[in-house]
Design a protein around this ligand. Structure first.
Ligand code: SF4
Length: 234
């Protein structure tokens, strides 16, 4: 079900190099302890849902000033076919679409790629596959699905990035090396600085983020394997 819980009229940072509106969808199948959209992830957001028609009408009035729309969450692919229909309606307004995903739904990504509906994919690749449950806070994760989603984007996406939030205790030099090896040949990866506030697991609000220099060191470890490695928020 496409449950829209938020609409940010304009963002200059969510969709790289584009002025974009941001649409927030409810619910997620992961429980990353550092998640800053906890109420969306848990499905406990009390803000009223926004009808899809209302969002599309808004986008229609603003499309002269926007390049595109970023769809985030929560995990947008949980909306299934309703997400595909929604993206199609946005594209009909001649707006670009960025989809942010945790990569757990390769079937839906395959269909979006087949229909060439999304212009930019931003997929979390949170940890080496053998450490995924710990970092994503889920009891079991089918890592083959994460792997399959990543391979699909590398092979078929018109443009994309992978990214990970770099959290002390969950990420280290080994993480950087293993992730880069697993994504060898990928186009772009961003290491995102952890923000110690509003975390899904409140104990993470007390963690001190890594100094920026450490993120640059992680980036240097990844560069031999991934074409472009950047650091965000540090
Ligand atoms: S950070 Fe984790 S829990 Fe939060 S929305 Fe993304 S995948 Fe879900």
């Amino acid at each position: 079900m496409l449950d829209i819980k938020g609409l940010m009229p304009t963002s200059l940072i969510e969709y790289p190099n584009k002025i974009a509106a941001v649409v927030f969808l409810n619910n997620c199948n992961f429980r990353c302890p550092f998640c800053q959209n906890a109420s969306l992830a848990l499905g406990t957001e009390t803000a009223p849902s926004i009808p899809r028609e209302q969002v599309l009408a808004f986008l229609k009035t603003r499309k002269k000033w926007l390049d595109g729309v970023a769809i985030t969450g929560g995990e947008p692919t949980l909306a299934g076919d309703e997400l595909i229909a929604f993206v199609r309606e946005i594209k009909a307004l001649s707006l670009c679409v960025e989809l942010e995903t945790n990569g757990s739904n390769p079937e839906l990504l395959r269909e979006l790629l087949r229909q060439r509906l999304v212009d930019y994919y931003a997929m979390d690749y949170k940890a080496p596959l053998d450490d995924y449950e710990r970092v994503a806070g889920a009891a079991t994760i089918d890592k083959n699905r994460i792997k399959e989603s990543a391979a699909l984007l590398i092979a078929e996406a018109p443009d994309y990035e992978f990214r990970a939030t770099v959290v002390p205790g969950l990420f280290d030099e080994r993480s950087a090396l293993r992730i880069a090896q697993e994504l060898k040949g990928a186009k772009r990866f961003f290491l995102q600085q952890f923000q110690a506030r509003d975390c899904l697991d409140a104990s993470f609000n007390k963690l001190a983020p890594f100094p920026p220099k450490r993120l640059q060191e992680f980036a240097a470890i990844m560069r031999p394997f991934v074409s472009e490695v950047g650091v965000r928020g540090a």
